[in-house]
Write a protein that binds this ligand. Structure first.
Ligand code: DMJ
Length: 492
């Protein structure tokens, strides 16, 4: 019997008694000691979420993130003039955790104060995964039209970024003027693989909900360009010119700059009810090339995915690359024959390595990047790579591995993360990242990232829920952990 579930969601959108009903169902099904333990554990995560939200609300409501040490808000420069990144990122987590009052506060802010008529430099990628993804998920969970119409309105504002000679969008857009340009740091005016490759899921939903084919056309064109150009050794470099449609430099990474491009290929296939064969083939081919050229084993027996610079390996894995254990497991679940076991083993080995990067630190939290060279194994060697900013990728892989294998070690590892977060990241007014995972002397960075509420806490909570709470059969998580409806999406 399910402990808690959102399966009845479709019958109850907008039902004012929804939360009470869910709590009643939850208590009604508790039968065994294990279920009591699970209930108490999930309650613990709910309290963490409430603490993170309450402090954001108290000190920073309407700003993008909370600064928990100085007790004020942070706006930053990633979202143009958009505000409330934490509100939008938190909506679905509050909802699934049944924090009704808090969800209503967040909803009210979106309804009354979320202003889309803004000017400023916005990252197309960040606005898409956090704002569009967050609004879509809130719509699918609640059935409230307001979320849908804001998602569509925002989606329209992103379209001018695609006005380039190839249709590959540029990374930065002014949401007011529609002018777009490339990041100053991106070599030779290039666009970034993980950025233009992480629009597909949301854009297909925008077409589905609006009936306007333009969103789908834009992302299908990105596919076309990618399929046309030659891939060195079958690998996808991270920098592509939106003008010529050629690779700008040969840096390949399954971590930062590349990561969610691969994730969206396999998820596009799943979201299409396995009809999007092109996405599946691109994923399979890319993974084959990664296995052949980038997957390595350290002297100590740890499997890792190296980075590639024009044929030369950099034996480094970023924290961001740790999502790949979960992604590869998800793909393996739907693979046939020998490949199924082979990929599941690879996913388990990578997840194990990422766990090692946590367990080898003094705080039991993992660094931003860890290396496998000069006798180093799964530890950061550079001062600049020792920080942890409340990132979710490692617990994301624990969740997928748990759901697909039910090996209890993944819950145990998740619980280790929770203890470390409580000990080293919880401060008086929220949760903060830390500057060095190798020292237990407090060294907070004074930032509660919005993805901590969208992803880290959601994945941890789901790790201790029954499998039918946001089941992997029915939902596809975007790269910011916003659940999008599965199966209803068809490519016609
Ligand atoms: C999130 O915004 C998303 O997961 C994105 O894909 C990359 N990383 C951050 C969190 O680390």
């Amino acid at each position: 019997m399910p402990l808690i579930h959102l399966r009845k969601r479709e019958e109850t959108p907008g039902n004012p008694g929804y939360f009470e009903e869910q709590m009643f169902c939850r208590l009604q099904y508790i039968r065994t000691e294990q279920q009591v333990a699970l209930f108490l554990t999930s309650f613990f995560f709910v309290q963490m979420m409430k603490f993170a939200w309450d402090n954001y609300k108290l000190y920073a409501l309407g700003k993008n993130e909370l600064r928990p040490l100085t007790k004020n808000g942070h706006i930053g420069n990633m979202f143009g003039g958009l505000r409330g990144a934490t509100v939008i990122d938190a909506l679905d987590t509050l909802y699934i955790m049944e924090l009704e009052e808090e969800f209503q506060e967040a909803k009210k802010w979106v309804e009354k104060s979320f202003d889309l008529n803004v000017n400023g430099e916005a990252s197309l990628f960040e606005v898409n995964i956090r704002y569009v993804g967050g609004l879509l998920a809130a719509y699918y969970l609640t059935g409230e039209e307001m979320f849908k119409s804001k998602a569509l309105e925002l989606g329209e504002k992103l379209l001018p970024a695609f006005n380039t000679p190839t249709g590959i969008p540029r990374g930065v857009i002014n949401l007011g003027s529609g002018m777009s340009w490339s990041w100053g740091w991106a070599s030779a005016g290039s666009s970034i693989l993980a950025e233009f490759g992480t629009l597909h899921l949301e854009f297909l939903h925008l077409t589905e909900l609006s009936g306007n084919p333009v969103f789908t056309e834009k992302v299908m064109n990105i596919r076309k360009v990618l399929n046309r150009i030659e891939k060195p050794q079958g690998l996808y470099p991270n920098f592509l010119s939106p003008v010529t449609g050629n690779w700008v430099q040969h840096h390949v990474s399954i971590g930062g700059l590349g990561d969610s491009f691969y994730e969206y290929l396999i998820k596009s296939w799943l979201m299409s009810d396995k009809r999007d064969a092109e996405a599946k083939k691109m994923y399979d081919d890319a993974l084959e090339a990664i296995e052949k050229h980038l997957v390595k084993k350290s002297a100590g027996g740890l499997t890792y995915i190296a980075e590639w610079r024009g044929g030369i390996l950099d034996h480094k894995m970023g924290h961001l690359a740790c999502f790949s254990g979960g992604m590869i497991a998800l793909g393996a679940e739907h693979a046939g024959g020998e490949q199924k076991q082979q990929h599941m083993d690879l996913a388990a080995e990578i997840t194990h390595t990422c766990h090692e990067s946590y367990s080898r630190s003094d705080t039991k939290l993992g660094p931003e990047a860890f290396r496998f060279d000069s006798g180093t194994e799964a530890t950061a060697t550079r001062l600049s790579e020792r920080y942890y900013i409340l990132r979710p990728e490692v617990v994301e892989s624990y969740l997928y591995m748990w759901r697909l294998t039910h090996d209890p070690k993944y819950r145990q590892w998740g619980w280790e993360v929770v203890q470390a977060l409580e000990k080293h990241c919880r401060v008086e007014a929220g949760y903060s990242g830390i500057r060095d995972v190798y020292t237990t002397t407090p060294n907070h960075d004074n930032m509660q990232q919005s993805f901590f509420l969208a992803e880290t806490l959601k994945y941890l909570y789901l790790l201790f829920c029954e499998d039918d709470v946001l089941s992997l059969e029915d939902w596809v998580f975007n790269t910011e952990a916003h659940p999008l409806r599965d199966k209803s999406m068809h490519l016609d």
